[in-house]
Design a protein around this ligand. Structure first.
Ligand SMILES: [Zn+2]
Length: 278
């Protein structure tokens, strides 16, 4: 089972988004008005070449974000608080071809959440089975979805994902999970907070630590260890609870923790470096 880190360009956000400041509505105001930007952060996509089929975790961003008018002008977040850089050759399709995986060969695409930098590459996968939670579909649809920063108008016409059905059994610190593979070595777990239906993907290789594909549960490993919630989470209390669960999982055994936008994630994956236990 080969696991690869791909990168579909970069995104810079405000420091007050990477680590939230203030409480209540002030958190988002601090993001919109913040003057300090992060460095350009990677937009990662993870590829698991599993014996049962190729699994892609998130699809990264499309180069179309560089076109004028792609983002709604009325939305202050897109106007003032985010800067993308994505070239056509950095999109998920060419990146997969580059490692010898044809997008047509992908069996499953797991979308941790429907934000544009995770769902923007969906058009590359018309044949794949796309997995999304019901809560995330609801949150990202319609007028309220647009107001909350999703771009349902840019979903492919054919978009009809398989809705994740959670087991009622707890899995470690998580109240539920769903095995994706028959072997049970790739599992989805609910990690709400950043968005209402956010989920993460856990892989157990034949040997070695668990690998936790975290999406945007935090922007770095250090922030997860501190329990620091980002500045744009839909539900900061739920996000804090999710970080506590991840922290407990990492305390119980070796876990390689891989947020989408952590500049260190690809290196930690390559060296299978677990979260320090103390
Ligand atoms: Zn993101």
């Amino acid at each position: 089972m080969r696991i690869s880190a791909l990168q579909t360009g970069t995104v810079a956000v405000k420091e007050a988004q990477r680590e939230g400041r203030g409480s209540g509505p002030a958190r988002i105001v601090n993001v919109l008005r913040g003057k300090q930007w992060t460095e350009p952060l990677p937009i990662h996509v993870w590829v698991i070449e599993h014996p049962e089929g190729v699994i892609v975790v998130d699809t990264g961003e499309t180069a179309r974000v560089m076109e004028p008018g792609w983002f709604p002008r009325w939305n202050p977040y897109f106007r003032n608080a985010v800067r993308f850089s994505v070239r056509p050759d950095q999109e998920i399709g060419p990146q997969l071809e580059h490692i010898g995986v044809s997008p047509q060969r992908v069996r499953w695409v797991v979308i941790t959440h429907m934000h544009t930098d995770h769902a923007g590459g969906l058009p590359a996968f018309p044949q794949a089975e796309i997995l999304v939670t019901q809560a995330e579909l609801d949150a990202s649809s319609g007028v309220s979805g647009r107001i909350n920063g999703y771009l349902p108008q840019h979903r492919p016409d054919w978009f009809a994902p398989r809705v994740v059905e959670w087991d009622s059994e707890p899995w470690g610190p998580f109240p539920a999970s769903m095995p994706l593979t028959s072997a049970g070595d790739v599992r989805l777990v609910p990690t709400p907070g950043h968005t209402p239906g956010h989920m993460s993907v856990v892989v157990q290789e034949a040997e070695g630590p668990l690998i936790f594909f975290a999406g945007d549960t935090s922007y770095t490993q250090e922030l997860m260890r501190r329990g620091a919630v980002d500045g744009v989470s839909a539900d900061p209390a739920a996000a804090a609870e999710t970080l506590r669960r991840i922290h407990d999982l990492c305390a119980a055994g070796d876990v390689v923790y891989l947020p989408t936008h952590d500049p260190e994630s690809a290196r930690r994956l390559a060296s299978r470096s677990p979260v320090p236990r103390s």
